[in-house]
Design a binder for this molecule. Sequence first.
Ligand SMILES: Nc1nc2c(c(=O)[nH]1)N[C@H]1C(S)=C(S)[C@@H](COP(=O)(O)O)O[C@H]1N2
Ligand SMILES: [Mo]
Length: 158
Amino acid sequence: MFIKVAALACGLMLASIATSADQPALSLHVTGQFAKAPVTLDRAALDDLSAVTINTSTVITDGTHSFTGFLMRDLLDHLGATGTSVTAVALNDYSVEIPMNDFYDYDVIVATHMDGKALRRADKGPFWIVYPRDDHRALQDIRFDYRWVWQLYQLDVQ
Ligand SMILES: Nc1nc2c(c(=O)[nH]1)N[C@H]1C(S)=C(S)[C@@H](COP(=O)(O)O)O[C@H]1N2
Ligand SMILES: [Mo]
């Protein structure tokens, strides 16, 4: 009986580990001077935003990849977050201030998947800001490369 229960518990544990490995916990913090701030979006909240895919090369990967996530402007509109800039903060303490206009001039996404696979921390996840670099000559510039924040953790809207 004990063995059966232990085996069952073990099986359940493995099942939940497998599930969490497929779907790593997601939370994105958004702060700033808007009514809903500060807010933490979990997977369910992020799933409400339409999925968008961008195919592009990057400065730090070989070849072209497909990145799927949600548009930064959809997220900001959804939260009613307005301002002139968004400071993106990463898990490794990297941060950069991004002009708000970028998100309205270009289809900048917060990617959660690359080539159909969920991004892990080890491959620059769980969130990676991706610009449609190959579609716009203007984006093929170091000033924009700084804004491709990987291991994104927080957005501060000002
Ligand atoms: N989380 C995080 N994102 C980051 C960086 C970083 O150090 N940490 N470096 C930025 C810079 S300066 C550039 S040019 C691009 C490519 O950085 P990499 O070549 O260091 O990967 O990512 C940007 N995003
Ligand atoms: Mo850089």
